[in-house]
Design a protein around this ligand. Structure first.
Ligand code: IPD
Length: 278
């Protein structure tokens, strides 16, 4: 590693690779987008740009860090021999990308240990929205930034005046349940946003543009970078229970002043209950 602080060097690589990949994907977007495949359901799409962006990111990361592994949304995965793995969402917010809604991002994180959110330690991460030209970055214990400016969560202290966000999975049964949870939450908060890119929702909490966010069913690449950025900006990030880890069962990120109330309201709404598909 070139730097005396490994986290800073990894963060630099994450920013460089995510920024270059985001610029490429934005260029492809201007030439139009077509769905190239369906994944878990007819609404769960993949575009040629998703695949090409992930291939580009993998190539750049392997050139810079040949012993590291890669876990990406679209690829087969590459095992690590260094103990570090890059966790990549080439285009988070693929449906927004398809519709040219300016809320999609390239998300690149590097984790230590097994590439499993239940146990990994995230060392650095970067989320780039090329449309708004926003580069969010963080390293473990090194703080979080937006375009180089330090990020801090909001100082909101009551749930009733909190602006929160959530997302929906792709399976119909899961979505129905998630909509029921929204129905319960909507009367308890200022308002609810569904923007369509989990990484940007987490960065929104980091930037104080949202007071909180929750979602069930996230994949590791959806939250790896954004969770670190939110945590480094002062958010409490985890699952539904205090001291639990974020992951597929539940991801909750919020400014400390509303975390307990948000978790309690979500538990009351049954946000953690089956169905488990999707
Ligand atoms: C999706 C987005 C969305 C979230 C879904 C994710 P993708 O990622 O982050 O906001 O609600 O759970 O799967 O499919 O666009 O990479």
């Amino acid at each position: 590693m070139n730097s005396s602080d490994p986290g800073q060097e990894l963060r630099r690589i994450a920013v460089e690779v995510a920024s270059a990949a985001a610029a490429q994907a934005a260029g492809w977007r201007t030439r139009g987008v077509e769905v190239s495949a369906l994944k878990s359901s007819p609404t769960d799409i993949v575009t040629a740009a998703d695949q090409a962006t992930e291939a580009y990111i993998s190539e750049r990361l392997l050139a810079a860090r040949p012993a590291d592994g890669i876990l990406g949304e679209e690829g087969d995965g590459i095992a690590s021999s260094s103990g570090l793995t890059w966790v990549v969402d080439p285009i988070d917010g693929t449906v927004n990308y398809l519709y040219d809604i300016p809320a999609w991002a390239v998300s690149v994180a590097v984790v230590e240990g097994d590439p499993d959110p239940a146990t990994w330690r995230t060392l650095a991460g970067c989320v780039v929205n090329p449309v708004t030209q926003e580069v969010y970055a963080a390293s473990a214990d090194g703080g979080a930034t937006l375009n180089g400016r330090a990020l801090r969560v909001s100082d909101r202290a009551d749930l009733a005046s909190a602006l929160v966000a959530t997302g929906f999975g792709y399976a119909a049964t899961r979505r129905r349940h998630q909509a029921e949870v929204v129905l319960s939450m909507i009367t308890q908060v200022r308002d609810i946003r569904r923007m369509g890119a989990a990484s940007l929702d987490l960065c929104g909490v980091a930037a104080g543009r949202l007071d909180g966010y929750w979602e069930r069913g996230l994949q590791p690449w959806d939250h790896a970078a954004g969770a670190l950025i939110a945590r480094e900006a002062g958010a409490v990030v985890g699952g539904l229970a205090p001291d639990s880890r974020e992951g597929a069962a539940m991801t909750v990120a919020a400014t400390p002043g509303i975390t307990a109330a948000l978790r309690a309201a979500l538990s009351e709404a049954g946000a953690h209950l089956p169905p488990s598909d999707g």
